[in-house]
Design a protein around this ligand. Structure first.
Ligand SMILES: [Zn+2]
Length: 468
């Protein structure tokens, strides 16, 4: 099940603010006390903690709804549990977890869930605050209406727990939607490969209409190769420079009497300034852009199997410090996760193939590619050049077909291959006809006069806008 979280600001009067703050204080107080007890006595079972504390807090906070007390104890149990677990692994230095902020959990008993989901256009909720229910108004926005529309059309469901949270003196109601994954008929096969500054994309359109099939021609038999610009590497380098400038500027303020400097990067001042740069937000924005672009229409999406420690294995053998650093900055996993998530939501399927020798083999002749002066361009011993990124995405597509799988994996083995053995090995996720189609397109492509022209950067790798 896919989850989407939507935060909506609450309209708060002075009086309501006071009320919410006192609920927060009581709720946080319970959590802190229970966590402290739980960690000190190594009791992290929610049931046990409930038994120990429930009546005590019911007495102490008589105005607080009993279900808020229950939730606070439960939340404390979770916090304590994860703290104890991390302590066992030696990941914590403190004796107690410091609970600074809190998300107040309103279950269906403490807010007007039933009423809310029966409404066609809900604009407010009722919350059980101290001394009874209060109606609060929501500042709904485009995104929240979008999800609400999905609830009405049956594509999504609103879960019954509402989270209320304060952030920089504003109050938010956080709704959690569960989205049903879509079932889509794939319209194309897309393979993608994440690089430092681009995401290379190879796309084979599937013939979905009779009309296209009758007009079957080469146009459809050529995989479209293009790149989406991300500039993760450039972004990282730019921010690195800015960060260094900040360090230099702050240094004089943190000089010690002996002439040395405090480690500026661990100061509050530094962290505050770095936060203002919003590097992470920019990165996330670009990651989302890639995911949107790749999942716009239902497709079979092929990508590399990323290992546990992708970055580490990628920089293995790379000497240049700068390049090592840049690869570390590229959010491979984040892109992959975002694409997988969006794919599920929009009815695409994500398929992972082994990354083995993806950019070392000629996707046309299955020979080993040689290096040239240009890192991006490789040379086939049969006399043509190949763009490294294009080789990689085409080889990924090949790997979904039995022939490509065998050749791509065993290209350098000088032994007899028993083709029969691999013939029936069809991919369980890709429907057989589609696999055959991918195979046919790649075969035609390798036989066409276009393939020697596929070499080094047929088109410039600029940001691509597809004309439909
Ligand atoms: Zn070749």
């Amino acid at each position: 099940m896919l989850r989407r979280v939507v935060a909506v600001e609450i309209e708060v009067t002075k009086e309501l603010n006071k009320l919410l703050c006192s609920v927060e204080t009581a709720y946080l107080g319970i959590i802190r006390e229970v966590v402290e007890y739980a960690v000190a006595n190594n009791v992290t079972s929610a049931t046990q903690l409930h038994g120990l504390f429930y009546s005590k807090y019911r007495q102490e906070y008589q105005d607080l709804h009993s279900h808020l007390v229950i939730q606070a104890i439960r939340q404390a149990a979770q916090i304590a549990k994860s703290f104890v677990k991390r302590r066992k692994k030696g990941l914590v230095s403190k004796t107690y977890p410091e609970v600074k902020t809190v998300s107040i959990r309103f279950t269906e008993f403490t807010w007007s869930y039933e009423q809310f989901i029966r409404s066609t256009a809900p604009v407010g909720v009722e919350l059980s605050l101290l001394g009874g229910r209060r109606e609060v108004w929501l500042r709904l926005h485009k995104r929240s209406w979008l999800y609400w529309w999905r609830v009405l059309t049956g594509e999504a469901r609103l879960t019954s727990t509402l989270i209320i949270k304060r952030k920089t003196n504003k109050w938010y109601a956080i709704f959690i939607f569960e989205i049903k994954p879509k079932e889509g008929t794939p319209q194309s096969v897309i393979s993608f490969d994440i690089n430092e500054n681009t995401v290379a994309v190879g796309r084979i359109d599937l013939l979905t209409t009779v009309n296209e099939v009758t007009n079957w021609n080469k146009q459809y038999m050529v995989p479209e190769l293009y790149a989406i610009r991300t500039d993760f590497g450039r972004l990282a380098r730019r921010y690195e420079k800015v960060r260094n400038a900040i360090i230099e500027r702050l240094k004089p303020h943190f000089a010690l009497p002996n002439g040395k400097y405090v480690n500026v990067t661990s100061t509050r001042e530094f962290r505050k300034r770095v936060k203002r740069l919003r590097e992470e937000e920019r990165k996330v924005g670009r990651v989302r852009h890639v995911a949107n672009e790749l999942t716009r229409i239902p497709a079979i999406i092929i990508t590399e199997e990323l290992g546990e420690n992708t970055q580490e294995s990628m920089i293995d053998g790379i000497e240049k410090d700068e390049l090592r650093h840049r690869i570390k900055q590229t959010p491979f996993k984040a892109v992959e996760r975002a694409v997988g998530d969006k794919a599920l939501e929009r009815g695409s399927k994500l398929i992972r193939v082994s990354s083995y020798r993806n950019s070392r083999v000629c996707p046309i002749h299955f020979t080993r590619l040689e290096r040239t002066d240009d890192w991006h361009v490789l040379k086939c011993p049969l006399g043509h050049l190949v763009d490294r990124d294009y080789a990689s995405i085409l080889n990924m597509a090949w790997k979904t077909t039995p022939e490509g799988w065998v050749k791509g994996v065993w290209w350098n083995l000088r032994r007899e291959i028993n083709w029969r053995e691999h013939e029936d090995k069809s991919n369980p996720i890709i429907p057989h006809p589609i696999m055959q189609y991918i195979h046919a397109v790649l075969k035609t492509f390798t036989a066409s006069e276009q393939s020697p022209a596929m070499p080094a950067r047929g088109k410039p790798m600029n940001h691509h806008r597809r004309s439909q």
